[in-house]
Design a protein around this ligand. Sequence first.
Ligand SMILES: NC(=O)C1=CN([C@@H]2O[C@H](COP(=O)(O)OP(=O)(O)OC[C@H]3O[C@@H](n4cnc5c(N)ncnc54)[C@H](OP(=O)(O)O)[C@@H]3O)[C@@H](O)[C@H]2O)C=CC1
Ligand SMILES: O=CCCC(=O)O
Length: 330
Amino acid sequence: MAMCSTQLNSQFLSFFPAKPRFFVSIKATSASTPKDDDIPASIGFLGLGIMGTPMAQNLIKAGRDVTVWNRTKSKCEPLISLGAKYKPSPEEVAASCDVTFAMLADPESALDVACGKYGAAKGISPGKGYVDVSTVDGETSKLICEQIRATGAHFLEAPVSGSKKPAEDGQLIFLTAGDEVLYEKVASLLDIMGKSRFYLGEVGNGAAMKLVVNMVMGSMMASFSEGLVLSEKVGPDPSVLVEVISQGAINAPMYALKGPSMVKSSYPTAFPLKHQQKDLRLALGLAESVSQPIPIAAATNELYKVAKSHGLSDQDFSAVIEALKVKLQQ
Ligand SMILES: NC(=O)C1=CN([C@@H]2O[C@H](COP(=O)(O)OP(=O)(O)OC[C@H]3O[C@@H](n4cnc5c(N)ncnc54)[C@H](OP(=O)(O)O)[C@@H]3O)[C@@H](O)[C@H]2O)C=CC1
Ligand SMILES: O=CCCC(=O)O
């Protein structure tokens, strides 16, 4: 898919005055299609969970030469059936591929897969690239960046907005930062997996943007949950509340998508609740680092912690509503 680039509006830029290189690209037709020679011939993919599997699958379906690795090897099998190669460690994937993507659970696993004993940094070499699409904090991203750059390879952080379905449909939004040369090199691959990509400058900016977005999302879900529970308690059918919200100014795709199953106390996992709580925790750390009060997010984080303590970690994050029901029963 060819691309066009536009500068972000000046209001957005003035929010980040010290960092001039911000731009967004969306899928569109233009003359700036990367030449075939510039596109990495071999692609590694580390981490085949809810997000990594469909992302790697889309690369394979687009005809790319993909090599996969996952801690639990069985999750590689469906992709191998589709034509992927397999290597037994991140080190060997990074050694055998031009560019390696990583989609890991949290800062600890992202760091270990990139920089651990058999990590990607052990196998990567000058001219290659490492693109971490996991949601982590800026500090972790910078640590990984340091280790990758020390080998002479390039680094890009590229966390994604969008969940399981957008990952399946190639409709993710990439929030990238780091080596611009690598951003340009992988642009056509990001366009296979996503619908738009933002380049945000220095490493840490992509992570920060992602954490702010997920902080807002976690609070929206908690507030929506309170509305559904209160609505049920005082009388109106919560399904009607979902419909009313869908027609008004506070409509959001997330409410229409999750509301009907939440009303039925069903939480099919797209975004695991444990990851939403991790993102709130990391957002609190980010806010702390600049002494910014985020009281709504702090209270929201407590609610997700309650949900985790009731065994809801692997349910969808919409299961946070159960924490309110538990509270009401106490
Ligand atoms: N699901 C979603 O809607 C979205 C998720 N994200 C973010 O993307 C990342 C992945 O999310 P998702 O795919 O949902 O998560 P999953 O929990 O489905 O997958 C996590 C992946 O990390 C691997 N992993 C976990 N711990 C380790 C470890 N110690 N060493 C090596 N590998 C490990 C898992 O391997 P194994 O299979 O062996 O357990 C698995 O491949 C997270 O950072 C999440 O916050 C971002 C946007 C949307
Ligand atoms: O990190 C998860 C984001 C989920 C979404 O954007 O719908």
